[in-house]
Design a protein around this ligand. Sequence first.
Ligand SMILES: NC(=O)c1ccc[n+]([C@@H]2O[C@H](COP(=O)([O-])OP(=O)(O)OC[C@H]3O[C@@H](n4cnc5c(N)ncnc54)[C@H](OP(=O)(O)O)[C@@H]3O)[C@@H](O)[C@H]2O)c1
Length: 223
Amino acid sequence: MAKVSRRRPYVVAKSAQTLDGKVAAANGRSQWITSSQTRLFARQRRDRFKAIMTGAETVIKDNPRLTGVRRGNLIKVVVDSTLRVSPRAKVFQLPELCWLATTRRADSKRIRRFEAMGVRVVLCPRRRDRVSLPFLFDQLARAGLEKVLIEGGPTLIGQALRDGLVDSMDIYIAPKIMGDNAALDSVVGLPALAVTRLYRLTNLKIKRINPDILVQGDVHRNR
Ligand SMILES: NC(=O)c1ccc[n+]([C@@H]2O[C@H](COP(=O)([O-])OP(=O)(O)OC[C@H]3O[C@@H](n4cnc5c(N)ncnc54)[C@H](OP(=O)(O)O)[C@@H]3O)[C@@H](O)[C@H]2O)c1
């Protein structure tokens, strides 16, 4: 039988972090690491994408709206294997623009509740007991969402990198130091690699957005 090849969108992962690579304090709060000028720039960049994706934990902790500036039809995608997020979360304010990627671990009544609101619930196979990102990205590409921005958190970005699904990164760095071991690192969950086998960014672009710095680059993994 012929193998069905997976499609996938162009994927950018974005994080806003301190100089020591922290994206949230130990209490889970990340608002705000970067300046208001940087956040406006990052919001304007959302308009270049067809969809913006985030993890369940970011919805629970930050309750973001994930809106662009001009683009009214930006699709929001929430990844949540068991449907822990609240239907009242701000991200679902325009439910017809929302996808909720989940698995059979989710309660069927909860699935129906989101569907009744108009949210598109995508039942995905499991990978490492969570939503299969290769499957989900294939579904997004098939729906014409060929440019996707992942806005954290670090668990989702880590898994997308691990699955080889991230093409490039936008890393906003504030000239601040958190220095707390319990604070959250910008990428987590990758297997420990030798320093010769790390993920690298190439074709670097560096931009100053006072007082912060944006580092953009294409993602490569040394094998
Ligand atoms: N500064 C920044 O740029 C920034 C941006 C965003 C968030 N944050 C901070 O990051 C923190 C939240 O990040 P987080 O890393 O804890 O969580 P996250 O990446 O937002 O969400 C991770 C959760 O999504 C669900 N999930 C389902 N399928 C997944 C998959 N294939 N791969 C990964 N996750 C999957 C999992 O929950 P289930 O297993 O229950 O499905 C997982 O625990 C908050 O403190 C927030 O403030 C900072």
